[in-house]
Design a protein around this ligand. Sequence first.
Ligand SMILES: [Zn+2]
Length: 391
Amino acid sequence: MAAGKSTSQYIKEQNINQIFHIIRNEKAISRVEIAKKMGMSQTSVGRSVAELMEAGYVMEGQNVGSSVGRQRIMLHIVPQKILIIGIYLLRERIDAGLMDGAGNILAQESYEIEEESPVYVVERIKIAIDYMLGRIPDDRLENLVGIGVSVPGTVNYKTGLVMRSPSFHWQDLNLGSLLKACYPYNIIVDNDVKSFAKAQRFLNTIDDPDYFLVVHLGNGIALAEMANGKLSRGENNIAGEIGHIITDPNGILCDCGRRGCLQTRISKGSIEKELGISFQEAVRLYQENDERCFHVLNRMANEIAMWVANFVNLFDPKEIILTGSMLDEWDALFDMIVNGSKRFLWEQVSSGIKIKKPHLKGIENNIVAAASNVFYKFVIKNGKSYYDYSL
Ligand SMILES: [Zn+2]
């Protein structure tokens, strides 16, 4: 009897969560449409919606319908009922923000990073978290589901252990534990590019959110694959670290300690090393037809296009999202990659594959990515929100 009751309770919770996410994804939807989507009776949907409304997660909006037809009451989520702090680490700065359940950024701030020592960076992260906590009124603190942290490098997302971050020269830094010791909230640390993939699902910008690839072009380069609705992580969460694929055994020394990694040829960092100027300055000179910058940046864009085509052979994704600071700082790069990749892709694949820009740019993109670490496993149980570690 008890087992039967808990099973039905479990199914009820699953339905409530599924309905919540449908309303969130659709932005406005009626009970009838939800029932159709889920193959459930309108009575069951009505009951779950009533629970979500009572707990404050969902509200009724405007009636929609023709004057002769039946009026439908549209449902929306209550964005402010869910708050998440996102902390995104780049080599040179921390992007921090407070996001609500609809993906609105309620506060944002960036903090320069002047040293790579763990003690210094952890202190900067705490300053960022404290600032964001200060933006939440006391009576809304209970709506804070958790703090998502994105780090470049290999991260054990279950424990928050940063196993290796070549950008910061960190090894075995238990960032999750250090932060959990200071804050009584869920703290989820994950790799930065995998966070971007989670954000694409959260933002609902993908045709098929179960199958896509995110290619990140920033200080380094990396990718994240979503397959069957799950992130491909491998044994050590290293899957996707393509920036450290060795392409020349005698090549340039990489941050990771090896020689000839891909990102020593194609990344913001490699361009800055090669030209001895900032990437932004290189782009500016490129636009003024400076011969050297023109040659180096063209070579890089062409090689990225070739690697994007190689990734299609490796993963066969339906959609590829290109993201990262290189694209933010050099507008023409996206089209150069899309057009260039056609040269390398098999013709029958080339026409079907969609290469897209992310929905958001720069700091906002980073904050939503970091916050999505928490939202990825967000559930509602007994009228309260949780980060579900069991998922
Ligand atoms: Zn490397």
